[in-house]
Design a binder for this molecule. Sequence first.
Ligand SMILES: NC(=O)c1ccc[n+]([C@@H]2O[C@H](COP(=O)([O-])OP(=O)(O)OC[C@H]3O[C@@H](n4cnc5c(N)ncnc54)[C@H](OP(=O)(O)O)[C@@H]3O)[C@@H](O)[C@H]2O)c1
Length: 219
Amino acid sequence: MQRVLVTGGSRGLGKAAVDEFKRRGWDVVSPSRAELNLASGDSIRNYCEGLAATGRLDALVHSAGVNWPRPLEQTSEDEWQLTLQVNLTAFRQMVQLLAPLLARGRVVALGSILGVVARPNRAAYSASKAGLLGVVRALALDLANQETLINAVCPGYVDTDMTRQNNSEEQLAEIAKSIPLGRLGLPEEISKLVVWLCSLENTYITGQGVLIDGGFTCH
Ligand SMILES: NC(=O)c1ccc[n+]([C@@H]2O[C@H](COP(=O)([O-])OP(=O)(O)OC[C@H]3O[C@@H](n4cnc5c(N)ncnc54)[C@H](OP(=O)(O)O)[C@@H]3O)[C@@H](O)[C@H]2O)c1
């Protein structure tokens, strides 16, 4: 049985990935925030060292993320740092700590279209997601010699808590109109791609950010 660690598995896209992995017979490790707090380097180190002691890992999915839209003048250093820590730095820390276990394995980080295009009030979030694309490319090179394939899945607007917290009903209706396919994505549509990239069917894609956005970034 293949084994995967999924962060952010309590809700949204992480929960959809957990469900899809389980449907396909994977052994899923999905710690709560109390068990693995990605805001804390110590928590990450303790958790990953504990996991490493229990044996092998075939895949890592980093779905946990935060997005607090703020006008530039209200962006605090604390929120900026926390956004970068949870969305970006935690990913590099986990890959670094778990690299020996992930030999010949797969890694997927949840990026975003906002790592590629911009939207007002989202500088910290965009910085973290654009940074993820750079880290994914660099780590794909660093770990190519141990055949670890590392990619980002970059969704557009998907119907989750995060999207509903950050957009009013009116904004969601406008967003849906601006998407060529005419609707928000569903978490299951994203998780199928995440799980496929983690599967042994993916033998040659590494270092990529795969957009999955209903055509949003085509215009
Ligand atoms: N939804 C979208 O439209 C969309 C679009 C593009 C990219 N994405 C990306 O996809 C990923 C998942 O998004 P989502 O919509 O599923 O988000 P969500 O519904 O807001 O869920 C966020 C997840 O992150 C976890 N988390 C947040 N801070 C954490 C911390 N310090 N330590 C551990 N876990 C933490 C949450 O755990 P708790 O339950 O403990 O809070 C939760 O499981 C994110 O990286 C997001 O940026 C989402």
